[in-house]
Design a protein around this ligand. Structure first.
Ligand SMILES: Cc1ncc(COP(=O)(O)O)c(C=O)c1O
Length: 369
């Protein structure tokens, strides 16, 4: 039996890509026929475009957003005995990379309104072992980088921005990926700028650090077969770089469509539920549009029955994950993050969503509250 309801997927890559699908196919064949699969002109060209877009001196293509974080931490020399401060309310990779290097993630609670690390609680978490801070610009909105940078600078601690979800986001005249010492991006296919597979990028302005990051990404070798440090293979494929460069042309348009969809949701829902709160002087790029619902699980199920997909980012905070049990956190330690995990729901905001789809989502939420 066909559903009487309009289908609203969480994201529809086929619809989003349709205006450029022929260009993408042509580019894929071009790379295939070039036999230049690793490094070379496609990667260099994409890196140059990204450096210009983010406004920083260096942009280094890498194999994923996870590897962007890992390579950045490795280049900064993070290892056993070190602590790295981050948020408990993020995708696992942010803290997983810290732990993979033998360092200890130290979690600071989030702001209720923006879901980002609460900078007012940052300083009290700093110890003599703190070697880096990783603020995450979650869902498309930047953290309070002015406040975070001031505290970090006072303690001489480098800041690695996890900008995986926030390409083109801005706040207080700062741009995501160019507001700390290092910026890390993800090009996972559903990201605002998504590839046809895994991919990532590291941005920075410091020449020595950029050199070190490039070294880490190629097994620490310079020249070839002379290994100054232990690195890994963190390279971005030429195929991904070439396809991402095609998609880059669409990014401004896609971003403004996300912002228009968010504005429509704001006007139809903000008197009923907590809609995303924009911090002062913040340009949100709405990788996700997340609302808070007291009866989240019931409403999510009933939205699904009406053809509307939604997702919970994230159902469990990182400080309470089994793999971090040895860190000794218990429920109640970071109450805002814990409560947010119970209530958060991401509803579709992708570019290309029709106004009738938006109305179906908002009407349904109104009826189900
Ligand atoms: C906040 C955040 N950090 C890191 C990552 C890791 O990126 P990737 O999936 O490209 O490894 C993601 C991707 O989902 C993310 O959302």
């Amino acid at each position: 039996m066909t559903s009487p309801y309009l289908d609203v997927p969480l994201i529809d890559l086929a619809k989003m890509n349709s205006p450029i699908q022929q260009l993408l196919r042509g580019k894929a064949v071009e790379v295939l026929d070039s036999y230049q699969y690793i490094g070379g002109a496609y990667v260099r060209s994409f890196e140059e475009k990204m450096a210009e877009l983010i406004g920083c001196r260096h942009a280094i293509g890498v194999s994923s957003g996870t590897d962007a974080l890992l390579a950045s931490l490795m280049a900064l020399g993070i290892g056993p005995g070190d602590e790295v401060i981050t948020t408990p309310f993020t995708f696992f990779a942010t803290a997983g990379c810290i732990a993979r290097l033998g360092a200890t993630p130290r979690f600071v609670d989030i702001e209720k309104d923006t879901f980002n690390l609460d900078a007012t609680q940052l300083e009290q978490a700093i110890t003599t072992h703190t070697k880096a801070i990783i603020p995450v610009h979650l869902f498309g909105q930047m953290c309070d980088m002015k406040a975070i940078n001031t505290i970090a600078a006072a303690h001489h601690i480098p800041v690695i921005e996890d900008a995986a979800q926030s390409v083109l986001a801005r706040r207080d005249e700062l741009q995501a990926g160019n507001a700390g010492d290092v910026g890390c991006f993800s090009f996972f296919p559903t990201k605002n700028l998504g590839g046809a597979g895994d991919g990532g990028l590291i941005t920075c302005n410091d020449d020595d650090l950029a050199h070190k990051i490039r070294l880490v990404c190629k097994h620490g070798a310079h020249p070839k077969y002379v290994h100054q440090i232990v690195g890994a293979n963190f390279r971005l494929d030429a195929l991904q770089a070439a396809l991402l460069e095609v998609k880059l042309e669409m990014l401004p348009q896609w971003t403004s469509q996300r912002q228009q969809n968010a504005a429509a949701y704001d006007s139809l829902l903000s008197h009923l539920v907590q809609t995303p709160q924009n911090a002062h002087e913040s340009v949100h790029v709405y990788h996700h549009y997340c609302i808070r619902l007291e009866q989240r699980d019931r409403i999510q199920k009933e939205l699904k029955a009406r053809g509307i997909s939604s997702a919970v980012y994230y159902p469990k905070p990182l400080h309470l994950q089994e793999c971090f049990a040895h860190l000794g956190y218990t429920p109640g330690d970071l109450p805002v993050a814990e409560n947010t995990c119970q209530q958060i729901l991401a509803i579709p905001v992708w570019p290309g969503l029709s106004s009738s789809q938006i109305t179906h989502v908002t009407d349904s939420i109104k009826e189900l509250l």
